[in-house]
Ligand binder design. Structure first.
Ligand code: PAF
Length: 287
């Protein structure tokens, strides 16, 4: 496995190695990321994983400085997972000057997480477009855990004619249902025990919708109240159309319930797709 930090070296190394499958990450890798690498291996002859903590997607007062940086351990895991290249550019390589051209995402980027993290998806879309231009992959794999991010990147790639196929990776969960996330490492012992409540509430909403309940507002508010009663600060808990991310309508065929809430200092997000006829969220791997 090569570890490369310069764009020119990466481009040279990628010559003649198609199809290339790409997994962009911010490092501090866990089993969720490794499942994306495994998926990439099924698509590409050469698997590139980038590790870059992107300053453009952090707002003032967010955790850019404290975001866990674990490069050595990440590389060890990627080697074992069969990645071919780890691309680890520094800020001076990827953002050598203030980034004046930025990708302006569509209005949906101002809803859900975007309403609580202004500019976040502009920063994500800008860095992802730069990475796609640098790596020029045939496939790029993104996790469904960041459902809104996946939606926005799909739209960007489609509307800007980026010649890469976006592949969606399933969320990986701990046995108690908590979706794996780099930010779970911020949770103390008591918070970690409480954290699966977000998943349990999403699952309750999913089951209620599948059993025919259509008072979406009541379902959202019951789930948000349960979290609030247990000390969470809820940003949103929302049923949406799975394809457009517009607020759910009773006739929609495929829905997704998304939530974001803070437990102590840690902001957790999660979601579950809701498809008629599918009794359990089979899309989620439990480790
Ligand atoms: O999902 C992430 O880890 C980041 O948002 C991404 C896609 C690597 C862009 O910085």
């Amino acid at each position: 496995m090569e570890i490369i930090s310069a764009i020119a070296v990466l481009r040279e190394s990628l010559k003649g190695r198609r199809p290339v499958a790409f997994v962009p990450t911010m490092g501090n890798l866990h089993a969720g990321h490794l499942a994306l690498v495994e998926q990439a291996r099924r698509h590409g002859r050469c698997v590139v994983v980038s590790i870059f903590v992107n300053p453009l997607q952090f707002g003032p007062g967010e955790d850019l400085a404290s975001y866990p940086r674990t490069l050595e351990e990440d590389c060890r895991q990627l080697q074992a997972a069969g990645a071919d290249i780890v691309f680890t550019p520094g800020v001076e390589e990827l953002l050598p000057a203030p980034q004046q051209f930025q990708v302006e995402p569509p209005p949906i980027a101002g809803e859900l997480c975007g309403a609580y993290r202004p500019g976040h998806f502009r920063g994500v879309a800008t860095i992802v477009l730069k990475l796609l231009n640098i790596v020029q992959p045939d496939y790029a794999v993104f996790g469904k855990k960041d459902y809104q991010q996946l939606h926005i990147i799909r739209a960007m790639v489609r509307e800007l004619d980026v010649p890469a196929e976006i592949v969606a990776g399933e969320t990986v969960r701990a046995a108690d249902g908590l979706a794996l996330s780099s930010r779970n490492s911020y949770l103390n012992r008591a918070e970690r025990a409480e954290a699966p409540r977000l998943y349990r509430n999403l699952e309750r909403v999913r089951k209620a919708v599948l059993s025919g309940q259509r008072d979406f507002a009541a379902l959202e508010s019951a789930a948000a109240s349960d979290l609030a009663e247990h000390g969470w600060l809820v940003d949103y808990l929302s049923l949406r159309n799975a394809d457009t991310l517009r607020p759910a309508q009773p006739g929609d065929a495929a829905l997704v319930v998304l939530g974001a809430a803070r437990l102590g200092k840690t902001r957790l997000i999660d979601n579950l797709e809701i498809t008629a006829g599918q009794d359990h969220p089979s899309d989620n791997v439990i480790i």
